[in-house]
Write a protein that binds this ligand. Structure first.
Ligand code: HEC
Length: 412
């Protein structure tokens, strides 16, 4: 996978952590961080949900030997913030996110100093080693979206994006208020997105796609190829149950099918997968949420540029609360910035510094944001077209580009 990584040129001298004292206390003795004391707790909390034996990640980070062997790769991946994978800036400079996967600068410095010192083990703790972070569960399960059949990813692809048309069997409209993804084969399921289909015509489009290809489902890396489909849930292994913000939910229509798009990663081998998604439903919610987008669609990206920006603005059409978002670009994307001009002041809505096409998804704000009718929203996407020979424009194909922020919002 292509990934722009920058490696910190930090010298060990600057990265030593102060022992048993507050940061900045110059009189404190400096010591080199060790695995057991400093690194294992970080890996347990931020890495092991995926880097378990038979997890989605290509290697485990469970014991000292695992960490020592991969210390240099860990150092580079954390310094570049490509791991833990989360494309939105969760530093607090431009909002924070519920379950945002993020290391503090101090944690990155600790790993840096440890790896550069030769990954020392240190004293084994007397008690039990730190346990991996427990994942959240749903209070109850009202409906399970089940593939009902198995799918084995295509051997010809490293990343197989497959869409399955599934009938949830609803006889009345319901609102999704929470979900929990239960992967069939965790080591393969990179992430998934469940879409609601709203119309009979769109359902027919999805079924025609499905019928046009042999095997269960249809291939859908670039797009799900359906006109009226709305985002419902999205997550991967390593995330527990997610509840939508209190009092809000997304509608699923009676009688309509859903599309389950799964990104399978074949790095750890191919197996027959049957994944399920547990849903928590309500018959009604105080505020129906919708997913609406701001996009720059007139993209014209000249080739051979290390950095090209494209922007678009639009006035907010009503008073809304933004609860979260999903930034979306394709493979040339590098970064994104979304803001709103409110009473003459610019408010940061989201910033993406390390775009990665393979790690996208929805994130909910820790603190929701209110916008008013007439506030000006602006989206800017940054691309790297260095490897292209021709101009790139907006389009559904993975070699075309997009610049979209989908917001989960309610009207006020
Ligand atoms: C949500 C799941 C998840 C979490 C959490 C996670 N990883 Fe990963 N990691 C992966 C996957 C999957 C890969 C394989 C490459 C890919 O798909 O991006 C990977 C690859 C890596 C690699 C190989 C180099 C690279 O960048 O691709 C390193 C090193 C790594 N992870 C370290 C870590 C560390 C250290 C943490 C915690 C600070 C962490 N990961 C947290 C899923 C995860």
């Amino acid at each position: 996978m292509m990934r722009t990584q920058w490696i910190l040129g930090t010298i060990l001298m600057f990265s030593l952590v102060a022992c048993g004292s507050k940061e900045g206390d110059a009189s404190a003795p400096l010591r080199i961080p060790t695995y057991h004391e400093d690194v294992a707790p970080i890996l347990a909390e931020h890495c092991r949900s995926c880097h378990e034996k038979d997890g989605i990640a290509p290697f485990p980070l469970v014991d000292y030997e695992d960490a020592r062997r991969t210390a240099e790769a860990i150092r580079i991946a954390t310094a570049s913030r490509s791991m833990p994978p989360f494309v939105l800036d969760n530093s607090g400079e431009c909002n924070t996110y519920v379950e945002g996967r993020w290391l503090t600068d101090a944690q990155i410095d600790t790993i840096e100093a440890w790896a550069r010192a030769g990954a020392p083990e240190g004293e084994k703790p007397v008690g039990a080693p730190p346990a991996p972070k427990a994942l959240a569960e749903l209070d109850r399960v009202d409906l399970t979206i089940d593939m009902k059949d198995t799918y084995t990813p295509d051997a010809a692809k490293l990343d197989d994006y497959r869409c399955f048309v599934l009938d949830p069997g609803l006889t009345e409209d319901m609102f999704v208020t929470g979900f929990h993804v239960r992967p069939g084969v965790t080591s393969m399921l990179h992430h998934l997105t469940l879409y609601a289909i709203d119309t009979k015509e769109s359902e027919a489009e999805a079924e025609a796609r499905d019928a046009s290809e042999p095997g269960f489902g249809y291939s859908c890396i670039d797009d799900i190829h359906v006109t009226d489909a709305r985002w419902l849930v999205g997550a991967g292994p390593g995330s527990g149950a997610l509840r939508f913000p209190e009092g809000t939910g997304l509608r699923m229509r009676a009688g309509r099918k859903t599309i389950l798009q799964i990104h399978y990663n074949n790095e750890n081998g191919r197996h027959a997968d049957r994944t399920q998604i547990d849903l928590m439903l309500e018959k009604s919610v105080p505020k129906e949420a919708t997913v609406q987008r701001i996009a720059a669609t007139n993209l014209l990206l000249p080739p051979k540029q290390a950095s090209v920006d494209q922007s678009a603005s639009m006035p907010v059409p009503m008073n809304v609360t933004l609860w979260g978002l999903w930034p979306h670009m394709h493979k040339l994307g590098k970064g994104m910035h979304v803001s709103a001009l409110q009473d003459g002041e610019e408010k940061c809505l989201a910033r993406v510094n390390n775009w990665d096409f393979h790690w996208q998804g929805f994130a909910h704000y820790t603190k929701p944001i209110d916008l008013s009718w007439g506030d000006m929203m602006r989206i800017t996407c940054t691309y790297d077209t260095f490897g292209r020979d021709t101009t790139t424009t907006w389009g559904q194909g993975t070699n075309d580009e997009m610049c979209i922020a989908f917001f989960y919002l309610t009207e006020n």
